[in-house]
Design a protein around this ligand. Structure first.
Ligand code: ZN
Length: 373
């Protein structure tokens, strides 16, 4: 890793409230699939934003691939109405590129003002939004922001995306970056001045393909788990600043759906991400001082939010030891690939706009308390 790519600020303070607890202002997970709408049997905006608050997040950005897919004004308004009625934490929605039609720049410009970004699905995943390389380029060319263009992809398509973002002078965000090769492509593009950011998901940081035998369908997601060399490159990328942030890719499915012959892709992540990151810090895999950057400040900056206010924050006990169980999850799906894993670090309290919304394992915000960002 060259010095040029070491973009992390030194000495970032996490403003501990006393000698024991850590505090992070304005935690934001920019990549969740809250379900709701026609997939409310998997989880609802109320249940999954409860998991967000229990996991220490003040705000989440919801992905567009839950039916009806968020690809136009009608579907966006339908989602925003339900989010407004049910969300317990603050929120914003992604717009999805519609595989059924060419982009309309005027329509995108208008929708762009209401969403956090445009999501392109250029690799196999859940839902019906898969687009080919030609349509990917058309949407990149047509998007006028202000949010970035998010990419779901694996393999060669990541480099095609980087080249198209550079060619059209747009701002791109590589979601859940999965491999060492992709980190190297990202680093080279950043060094060349391409306006790119990236997020990494906790399952890719904490699990590898060696966990597949033991975890079975609980380890099935897109992009799939990589090798230990991929995992190590993701940690190094996060430490150095080549990877900008952590995003959970929270994607609950019922246990029945995961046990099918072809298990549904995706795992829940909101409840467990901050404890996992605290545990990694306790083991020296990342500095405690980087946690506010990768869990709040970087996502807020990339998605154009104001700096975190002091009224919305999470308090974390970095020393608390406990074990993740299905019973202590708040997500409706009720399972996690991290069940049985020992944690060093716990979410103590989440405060949103001055009000305690999670404390002592209890979610205290009612549905509808969340505000649009
Ligand atoms: Zn996702």
């Amino acid at each position: 890793m060259s010095e040029r790519t070491r973009t992390r600020p030194a000495g970032h303070t996490s403003a501990p409230t006393n000698s024991r607890l850590l505090r992070i202002n304005g935690t934001l997970d920019p990549h969740v699939h809250l379900r709701g709408l026609e997939w409310s049997h998997k989880g609802t905006f109320a249940s999954e934003t409860a998991a967000a608050l229990a996991g220490g997040y003040c705000a989440v950005f919801d992905m567009p691939n839950t039916p009806p897919a968020t690809v136009n004004e009608t579907s966006l308004q339908r989602k925003l109405i339900d989010l407004g009625a049910q969300a317990r934490c603050d929120y914003k929605a992604w717009l999805g590129a519609d595989p059924k039609r060419d982009p309309n720049p005027q329509e995108l410009q208008q929708l762009g003002q209401q969403v956090c970004g445009l999501k392109l699905y250029c690799g196999e995943t859940t839902g019906t939004l898969l687009i080919d390389r030609t349509l990917m380029e058309s949407y990149i060319a047509a998007w006028s922001g202000p949010g970035p263009i998010g990419l779901h992809a694996e393999g060669d398509m990541i480099q095609h995306f980087i080249e198209a973002v550079a060619r059209y002078g747009k701002v791109g965000h590589i979601c859940h970056i999965p491999t060492k090769a992709a980190v190297e492509q990202l680093q080279a593009a950043k060094e060349a001045g391409v306006k790119l950011t990236a997020g990494v998901s906790p399952h890719h940081l904490f699990l590898t393909d060696r966990d597949l035998d033991a975890l079975g369908p609980k380890a099935v997601m897109k992009p799939p788990l990589g090798q230990s060399t991929d995992r190590d490159a993701l940690w190094e990328g996060l430490r150095s600043g080549v990877i900008d942030m952590v995003e959970t890719d929270h994607a609950p499915h019922t246990w029945e759906e995961k046990q099918q012959h072809k298990p549904a892709f995706g795992v829940a992540g909101l409840d467990t991400c901050l404890p996992l990151m605290l545990t990694a810090a306790s083991e020296g895999r990342i500095g405690y001082d980087l946690l506010p950057t990768i869990l709040a400040d970087a996502p807020r900056a990339v998605f154009g939010l104001a700096a975190a206010d002091a009224e919305s924050y999470v308090l974390l006990d970095p020393k608390s030891r406990w074990t993740i169980t299905a019973e202590n999850l708040h997500t409706d799906c009720g399972w996690s690939p991290f069940e049985g894993v020992s944690m060093t670090g716990r979410v103590v309290e989440t405060v949103l706009r001055g009000r305690t919304v999670f404390k002592d394992s209890e979610v205290l915000a009612e549905p509808g308390f969340g505000q649009p960002l």
